[in-house]
Design a protein around this ligand. Structure first.
Ligand code: 1GP
Length: 250
């Protein structure tokens, strides 16, 4: 049986064709700032607020950010954990994500062995997701010790994505790295999408409606942006432009 947040994601994708997630990182913005970004992003039409970051070390900062965000928005808040310290009891759900192209078993399974009992104890909705880092990979690629997939080799991204689907994961996240100079190319997205039956999330380096639209047209079901609104200027306008660009007539 699907949990509430997973069902919401499926329904929203069915309705809009492609949806937007706003990433806020309590390691880059204060809890107060995360909450004000989230409030404006919701007004701009983002579907969900995702909270986390590769270098997050203080669960207190995460808890503070999630509590503040929950006061400001009605849309669900999902955790994007870098390990057990990325868990907050106050969120609506957590991506139970394995970094499939990591060279370090910690990011593949060890962190999950520590996290799963706590997630169960808290009753947090866990949504299984295969996380794949390509291109520059940025901080996520470095911390996660990923064997980065070159944009020249989309067939590798296809293989990892199909492995995720075959394992029974519900989503695949193709990540170019937060702040990447080049987002995941449409050729890689379409190669993955052609072969995949589960939903595809794409993020990293998407900074304008054109890039978001290109990813959506190529087959992304969910577009994630973070850096775009970190400075907090015109958040609603920026998100609204991306949300309108990615909608597909379904
Ligand atoms: C990071 O893909 C997300 O996990 C967001 O990337 O910060 O480049 O938007 P940006």
């Amino acid at each position: 049986m699907k949990g509430k947040v997973e069902q919401y994601l499926h329904d929203k994708i069915k309705q809009d064709g492609c949806i937007h997630i706003t990433l806020v990182d309590p390691d880059k913005s204060s809890g107060y700032d995360c909450a004000s970004i989230a409030r404006e992003a919701e007004k701009g039409g983002t579907a969900i607020i995702m909270v986390g970051g590769s270098t997050l070390a203080a669960t207190q900062d995460l808890d503070d950010a999630v509590l503040r965000i929950k006061k400001e928005v009605d849309i669900p808040v999902i955790l994007f954990p870098n390990g057990p310290m990325g868990i907050s009891r106050h969120a609506d759900a957590i991506w139970f994500m394995s970094l499939l192209n990591s060279q370090n078993t910690y990011y593949l399974i060890d962190a999950h062995v520590i996290s799963a009992p706590l997630i169960k104890k808290l009753g947090l909705e866990a949504i299984p997701m295969g996380y794949i880092i390509a291109g520059e990979g940025c901080v996520a690629g470095h911390i996660g010790q990923a064997r980065l997939i070159s944009y020249k080799h989309p067939q590798l991204a296809v293989g990892y994505s199909l492995a995720a689907e075959t394992f029974g994961m519900k989503f695949v996240y193709l990540e170019g790295g937060s702040g990447a100079s080049k987002p995941i190319p449409p050729e890689m997205i379409s190669a993955v999408k052609k072969n995949l039956s589960i939903h595809l999330i794409v993020g990293g380096g998407i900074r304008n409606p054109e890039a978001a639209k290109a990813a959506s047209v190529a087959g992304a079901d969910i577009i994630v942006t973070g850096t775009l609104v970190e400075e907090e200027a015109q958040v609603q306008e920026k998100i609204s432009a991306i949300v309108s660009a990615i909608k597909k007539s379904v």
